[in-house]
Design a protein around this ligand. Structure first.
Ligand SMILES: *Cc1c(COP(=O)(O)O)cnc(C)c1O
Length: 347
């Protein structure tokens, strides 16, 4: 099977962990593993003095936790709503009854940063929620510009880096991000099931809200101090996470992973150009390539699965497909994929 959906093809040695017996987790060995994972994660995101919470739950679980524990303590939120995932921030604010402004950005377009500043000035939020990469379209937002505005107007910055972590450069400290998050099934390239929250050292001692028992920040943070989770963790995935983080460090670190993702993205975009498959994103992230095919879009997704054992992601817009560049994939694989799509397109 060739997978261009999240998490992509996973290394055999990581998969093998999922096939092993599961050790008891209330041990010093498991605590040691988690504390090492925490340190590596903080190093990779550029916030060595920060804190980490690892939840058993998908990325949206961590988004939910951030809104119920942190955003809820604020008077007014501001959401960059550039697609499915941006809108999810807004829906969570509504759900927890936090006053929020829904700043809409058109499909695959970049933010008009001058307009953004004007609206921020007018709305005066005290927390801004955005995505680094809006995965529904492939559009990447300019965190440096967003961060500057947040600093200028004294707005707390929360960034969903679920699909940009290990695909794009991101330094939490330099960008003065207060809370950042990712999950295991994207750039980390291990099975879905864990989500990871990074909390800036600026928030040490912060009075978080207590609206959700399972996802409570304070309870989870105090357990993480000793490398534990309050409730049963998805132990195998915690072990896969640890092994993957060690691999990344050994293989040249974050920069090396990003460079590989970037090389594949640029190569596949070249193939898209040659096939006249238009890429709508104004500033595409390396994480995925989102592109329009010209014919037979209703056949491509199923035919790839049924005839070639290849998975790609359909988009929310007709004729639009997304190919992830994270995980195990070679340039030859991408050429084979492009040829397969081209062949189905021309039937
Ligand atoms: C995948 C993703 C999520 C979370 O989705 P889950 O299905 O809950 O893991 C959130 N935001 C972005 C930008 C994503 O790519």
């Amino acid at each position: 099977m060739k997978s261009y959906v999240f998490p992509g093809n996973i290394r055999e040695d990581i998969l093998a962990i999922g096939n092993c017996q599961i050790p008891y987790m209330r041990t010093k060995e498991f605590s040691g593993i988690n504390l090492e994972s925490e340190a590596l994660l903080l190093d990779f995101i550029g916030s060595p003095k920060g804190n980490v919470i690892i939840y058993t739950g998908s990325g949206t679980g961590a988004m939910d936790a951030i809104v119920s524990n942190y955003v809820k303590t604020k008077k007014k939120a501001f959401v960059i709503d550039g697609g499915t995932f941006g809108h999810r921030w807004y829906a969570l604010c509504e759900y927890y009854q936090v006053e929020s402004y829904d700043y809409k950005v058109s499909f695959a377009k970049d933010i008009d940063y001058i307009d953004l500043e004007n609206v921020l000035c007018r709305e005066k939020p005290d927390v801004l929620l955005c995505q680094h990469h809006e995965t529904s379209s492939g559009q990447k937002f300019d965190l440096e510009k967003i961060s500057k505005l947040c600093k200028k107007y004294n707005i707390s910055l929360v960034v969903d880096a679920i699909s940009s972590f290990l695909a794009e450069e991101l330094d939490m400290e330099t960008l003065e991000i207060d809370i950042c998050l990712t999950s295991t099934q994207k750039g980390l390239n291990i099975p879905p099931g864990l989500s990871i929250i990074f909390i800036s050292p600026k928030l040490k001692g912060y009075s978080f809200a207590h609206l959700g028992y399972y996802f409570d920040f304070e309870e989870n943070l105090s357990n993480m101090k000793r490398g534990q989770t309050p409730y049963s963790p998805a132990t195998s995935i915690f072990l896969q996470l640890h092994k993957r983080l060690l691999q990344i460090r050994k293989d040249g670190g974050v920069r090396n992973v990003i460079n590989k993702v970037k090389e594949r993205a640029l190569y596949f975009r070249q193939l898209c150009m040659e096939n006249n498959w238009n890429i709508p994103a104004e500033c595409p992230s390396y994480a995925i390539t989102g592109f329009y095919v010209n014919r037979n879009s209703d056949k491509i997704f199923r035919a790839l699965i049924e005839e070639k054992d290849i998975f790609i992601m359909p988009g929310s817009v007709p004729g639009f497909f997304r190919v992830s560049h994270m995980g195990e994939q070679s340039l030859e694989d991408l050429l084979e994929l492009a040829l397969a799509i081209k062949e189905i397109e021309s039937r």
